[in-house]
Design a binder for this molecule. Structure first.
Ligand code: GLN
Length: 273
């Protein structure tokens, strides 16, 4: 098969960027070849592999899960079955932190439920002198995060440990971030198939009311965060009021709710006074 014909088949099911991504990832074919080498005859084994990927994608498997990688904050992350697929919405958290700390960068950052490590690693890529600790209940996620720190050259400034929230964490932090599981277990059966089938349940399940993780995290925050420090928590679109209430009950000041690119509440910024 020639490149032109394969590309046509791909475009029937994939967007232009996705079709180009598949060609590059599986076939080592660069986008420029779609102009300069459309008549190139492709190896039949490559065509077969690419068509298998497209068949999986057609059945709903995200390309990020087919190739086990995802870009976040312009950085590359390897995924594993134990890590949530980083969402663009979570970049709202990074932007909110950068806005808060632009004049006084944090020294020590803690990421609770780090998964692929994307939040902590993105922050370390911005704050060049900061050190970070990422924790996850899943040993496999910890391994994936460590590998991602290496890929993104922040392994000297980061440490990843297996821990239930802050249980195994020593010391105090200037900044704490988290994208905890926040989907009510009543709703999980109705989630989009791509989420339900490919994201780990541990990274999604927020208990009966979706707020279980925030309750546990707020109990621990006072002993982990320095006075005057901030905790940035990602939330579900309808959880701002509840999480702000939990914040106040733990004597935090929920200063701000940051909206995502869809204009939905996405991050609560809490000051520890
Ligand atoms: N944002 C994810 C979703 O909507 C949920 C991630 C989480 O529970 N932290 O599928």
């Amino acid at each position: 098969m020639i490149l032109h014909d394969l590309y046509k088949i791909l475009r029937a099911d994939l967007s232009e960027p996705d079709a180009r991504y598949v060609l590059r990832k599986r076939g080592g074919i660069e986008a420029v070849e779609l102009i300069t080498a459309v008549d190139k005859i492709l190896d039949s084994s490559v065509v077969k592999l690419i068509l298998e990927d497209v068949a999986l994608a057609k059945q709903g498997k995200p390309l990020s899960r087919i190739y086990n990688e995802r870009e976040f904050w312009g950085l590359d992350f390897m995924l594993s079955d134990a890590t949530l697929d980083p969402r663009q919405d979570t970049e709202t958290l990074i932007e909110a932190v950068l806005a808060r700390y632009k004049d006084n960068p944090p020294d020590r950052i803690l990421d609770l439920g780090t998964g692929s490590g994307c939040i902590l690693i993105a922050l370390l890529s911005e704050f060049k002198d900061a050190h970070g600790v990422g924790v996850d209940l899943s040993a496999e996620a910890v391994k994936a995060a460590r590998n991602n720190a290496h890929i993104n050259s922040v392994e000297d400034r980061s440490e990843f440990i297996c821990s239930s929230w802050g249980d195994e964490v020593v010391g105090e932090f200037d900044l704490i971030v988290s994208n905890p599981p926040y989907i009510s277990n009543q709703i999980i059966p109705n989630l989009d198939e791509n989420v339900r089938k490919f994201d780990p349940i541990l990274a999604l399940d927020g208990g009966d009311d979706g707020l279980q993780a925030y309750k546990e995290i707020f109990l621990q925050l006072p002993s982990l965060l320095k006075k005057g420090g901030y905790a940035f928590l990602e939330i579900g679109y309808d959880q701002a009021e509840s999480v702000m209430r939990l914040s106040r009950e733990s004597r935090f000041n929920p200063l701000h709710v940051h909206l995502d690119s869809q204009g939905m509440p996405r991050v609560v910024e809490n000051l520890f006074e």
